[in-house]
Ligand binder design. Structure first.
Ligand SMILES: Nc1ncnc2c1ncn2[C@@H]1O[C@H](COP(=O)(O)OP(=O)(O)OP(=O)(O)O)[C@@H](O)[C@H]1O
Length: 382
């Protein structure tokens, strides 16, 4: 695979899982909606170059954490800092999503957000064009720098679609692609914004076993070939245990464990959280680690984080089923001219949630996402 999809931002990034070079650091993040504490003093220490997974039962706060890290929600307490590979630090707390995206953090959503009526290529080009150097006047007048920028975004979109395995579907309408291909396309869109950190929210939801294996490979390649740090929310434990360098576990808005996949799966609080929900899911967790041990041999030790005990959950975190939106891509036929925001973030206390795309009039391209999610999607950031 060619590495020519590397951009200025990612070229030369050296994977360093387990290192101390923190690319994303959140501390004491607390998010409340009215009387509900959705995130309770949560820390995230993401090393540059690693794949860090966030797991937990339904309602544990995983997506809320993503929304907090990417500016869709503004936590009432805490700090969130992004450190670029150049050493620049930027506080993300309270930043609008398009700003978060611009500094180098891109994400995908549980509810796929594509321009359903446009082709795969057009979808990625729109995202890539957020990185164009040409201004609107140059583009309108068709000046040479605008034409050059257009050509570069076209080339980049082609490379990215090839990278995610959609080179044969460049001109297919996004809304008619299979669910797995739509998820790959969404990842390509996010990559087109040139991230140093990629947040994937349940990328395996709704995909079939073959697509899951392809996704697993894709996540690895994004991490190793592009040098992009990946933060992954996923209910599919086999996928998590296979691709993650480290795993952090949320339950009832608190981090209850953090460590290597094997450390986490043997952690009493994690077993309790999963057993409390469903013995079957706990078996999946245990089976996954057994499988991985058999395949890989002993795990590398890694820095373990907090491990405060929490009571178990009543809710299962079954494979794939955690995505309440699986298969319900409401974005496939969205109007690409609509604002992404819908920006009615009517969180229950009115203070935690922000406009989910920072009023980007470029219809979501600013954060690598497409417009048109429903108001309900927007409220949940899913
Ligand atoms: N905008 C909001 N307004 C009110 N409550 C919210 C909002 N967003 C999230 N919540 C609540 O916060 C809690 C955590 O939800 P969140 O979606 O982050 O969990 P999750 O771990 O991602 O769950 P799942 O695995 O089912 O996607 C839930 O109780 C949810 O109802």
């Amino acid at each position: 695979m060619s590495t020519d999809v590397k951009s200025d931002a990612t070229a030369g990034a050296q994977p360093s899982a387990g290192g101390t070079d923190l690319v994303l650091q959140a501390s004491d993040v607390t998010l409340r909606f009215g009387g509900l504490t959705c995130l309770d003093h949560v820390d995230v220490n993401m090393c540059r170059g690693e794949v860090l997974a966030v797991i937990g039962p339904n309602g544990a706060g995983k997506t809320s954490l993503f929304n907090s890290l990417t500016g869709a929600y503004t936590p009432q307490e805490g700090k969130i800092v992004f450190r670029s590979k150049d050493g620049d630090e930027k506080s993300l707390l309270g930043s609008k999503p398009h700003i978060v995206n611009r500094v180098g953090v891109a994400r995908t959503f549980q509810n796929i957000r594509l321009f359903g009526a446009l082709t795969a290529l057009e979808n990625v080009k729109i995202a890539a064009e957020t990185r164009l150097k040409a201004g609107p006047v140059s583009i309108m007048l068709g000046l040479p720098n605008a034409r050059k920028a257009e050509r570069l975004s076209d080339e980049r979109a082609h490379r990215l679609l090839k990278f995610v395995g959609l080179e044969d579907k460049l001109n297919e309408i996004a809304g008619s692609l299979s669910y797995g291909d739509q998820r790959s396309l969404e990842i390509a869109r996010a990559l087109a914004t040139d991230p140093q950190v990629l947040l994937l929210d349940e990328p395996a939801a709704g995909t079939n076993p073959t697509e899951k294996l392809e996704l697993e490979q894709l996540i690895r390649r994004i991490n190793t070939e592009l040098g992009i740090s990946v933060l992954l929310i996923e209910h599919d434990m086999r996928l998590v245990m296979s691709v993650a360098d480290r795993v952090m576990v949320l339950n009832f808005g608190k981090k209850i464990a953090e460590g290597t996949p094997s450390e986490v799966q043997q952690h009493p609080a994690v077993i309790e959280a999963y057993l409390g929900a469903s013995a079957e899911d706990a078996e999946v967790v245990q089976a996954a680690i057994a499988e991985q041990h058999a395949a890989d041999g002993p795990e590398e030790p890694a820095s373990a984080g907090s491990a405060s005990e929490e009571p178990g959950s009543d809710e299962p975190a079954s494979e794939d089923s955690g995505s309440d939106d699986s298969g319900s891509d409401d974005s496939a036929s969205e109007d690409p001219t609509s604002d992404e925001a819908g920006s009615d973030d009517s969180a229950s206390d009115g203070s935690a949630a922000d406009d989910a795309d920072g009023a980007s009039s470029d219809a979501g391209s600013s954060d690598g996402t497409a417009p048109g999610e429903t108001a309900a999607d927007e409220e949940s950031g899913k």
